[in-house]
Design a protein around this ligand. Structure first.
Ligand SMILES: [Zn+2]
Length: 288
């Protein structure tokens, strides 16, 4: 099945009160493992790369080729959107050119007027090409220079302004952060989420930093309009732990256990298992 825009799958998710997992990719193993998990659960899926991961994977064109080839080779029939995560203005155009089906333009670090102008332009381009577009206002915190913030919140009026530009989905900080959540994190700010939802209506909302948010908070967020949840750190940790266990058990020293197809298999399975767990929690199982 060819790549699809995230628009239809997210509109269905809002109507059906569930969320579609958006899983960051890092390499071929990740791509195979994530798509396998989605197929086994019959769930729609968004696979995404940051610009850094795109560079690591030898460019956006290569990312698109890998995803398309894995879809064909593994017989993937569930809807798959290939998305740029936290794209710059130039990165957005590169991914449109490379064949991505969904784009995030993150202008949240720009002055709001510039963010609105660039988002409006990209909304028009993406609409013409049948691609979905995610925009962001406010900032989503995380570790910067070793200092971990406690999460920031977006301004609901700014959310309304950007939502009205013809975008598909909106990322807005509600106290969520990227990476591992720090000790003493106060949790998601549901009053802010509700205030944003009241302004933007049925616009699918995106929760970044989905790794490590307690399940009850994830479910409450979904009930208030979150339809795309980004997961990255948890897959990375699951991969690293499974790989460590394999090596610490001495399996790479036994027979041909050093063969990368054997060495990386437990980590890949751990990613598949993590994706399936997320699909279960987010409620997207059987919604393909
Ligand atoms: Zn993010």
């Amino acid at each position: 099945m060819a790549l699809v825009s995230a628009k239809e799958m997210l509109e269905k998710a809002v109507a059906g009160h569930y969320a579609v997992p958006a899983i960051n990719l890092n390499n071929l193993e990740w791509t195979k493992a994530v798509l396998k998990g989605a197929q086994e659960m019959n769930s729609p899926i968004i696979v995404q790369v940051s610009e850094g991961a795109g560079k690591y994977m030898a460019g956006f064109k290569n990312v698109a080729d890998i995803v398309n080839n894995v879809i064909e080779n593994q017989g993937i029939t569930v809807p798959v959107a290939l998305h740029l995560d936290h794209g710059t203005y130039n990165g957005a155009y590169k991914c449109i050119e490379a064949g991505f089906s969904s784009i995030m333009f993150d202008g949240s670090s720009l002055p709001i007027e510039e963010n609105l102008a660039k988002t409006a332009e990209l909304a028009k381009v993406c609409a013409e090409k049948g691609l979905s577009l995610e925009a962001e206002v406010g900032a989503i915190g995380g570790e910067e220079d070793g200092v971990v913030g406690m999460g920031e919140c977006a301004d609901p009026d700014e959310c309304k302004k950007i939502a009205d530009l013809g975008i598909t989905m909106l990322a807005a900080g509600i106290g969520n952060i990227h990476g591992v959540y720090p000790e003493g994190w106060p949790g998601l700010q549901f009053d802010v989420l509700q205030a944003i939802k009241d302004k933007v209506g049925d616009m699918p909302l995106v929760l970044h930093g989905g790794s490590g948010i307690p399940e009850d908070q994830i479910k409450e967020a979904i009930s208030k309009g979150v339809a795309k949840i980004n997961v990255n750190t948890e897959c990375q940790i699951a991969f690293a732990e499974a790989t460590r266990a394999y090596i610490e058990a001495g399996k790479d020293k036994a027979g041909k256990g050093f063969d990368p197809r054997k060495l990386l298999a437990p980590g890949a399975q751990a990613i598949t298992d993590m994706v399936k767990t997320k699909i279960e929690i987010f409620g997207s199982a059987g919604k393909a």
